[in-house]
Design a binder for this molecule. Sequence first.
Ligand code: K1U
Ligand code: ZN
Length: 170
Amino acid sequence: MAILNILNYPDPRLHTIAKPIEVVDKSINKLIDDMAETMYSAPGIGLAATQVDRHLQLILIDISETKDSLKIFINPKIIESSGQQVYEEGCLSVPDVFESVTRAERVKVQALDREGESFELAVDGLLAICIQHEMDHLLGKVFVEYLSPLKRYRIKTKIKKRTKERFIKS
Ligand code: K1U
Ligand code: ZN
């Protein structure tokens, strides 16, 4: 397994639209294993292939405390959604930024598993938030795009300042 590089906002590659996975083969299973290792080591509770510069419709999520409930969604589609909830979201591609986003409270997702078998899952709460957040990545959308232009400008300035400071120190 390998730890992959996570793209940082505002990297333009984060705006790439992911392609469907045609065949769930060994290379996709290797990508799943590498993404899982990357997500757990970050640490994060979700990761989309877009964030590791692989523009395929694949997301991983594990919201458990024990980190032993990995959920894999290949070519995910939201087939039902209802309600609203607000949550202070984070993103491994936007380190140290947490902002409130409104999303559906419940979603039903259809996807393929790592064997290429189709399944459906109805979820709510944090898992529903995470699925919507990760599926946005596959559409090239980062959660800060739900914020006002002023907030987004401030976040970009903060990230640029931090990158400059790190460059000077190194
Ligand atoms: O997409 C990502 O970058 C992963 C992101 C998922 C997410 C978190 C919160 C709301 C919506 C989506 C993260 O994992 S950010 C890190 C984080 O929230 C976390 C990390 C360790 C323990 C608990 C939470
Ligand atoms: Zn994210």
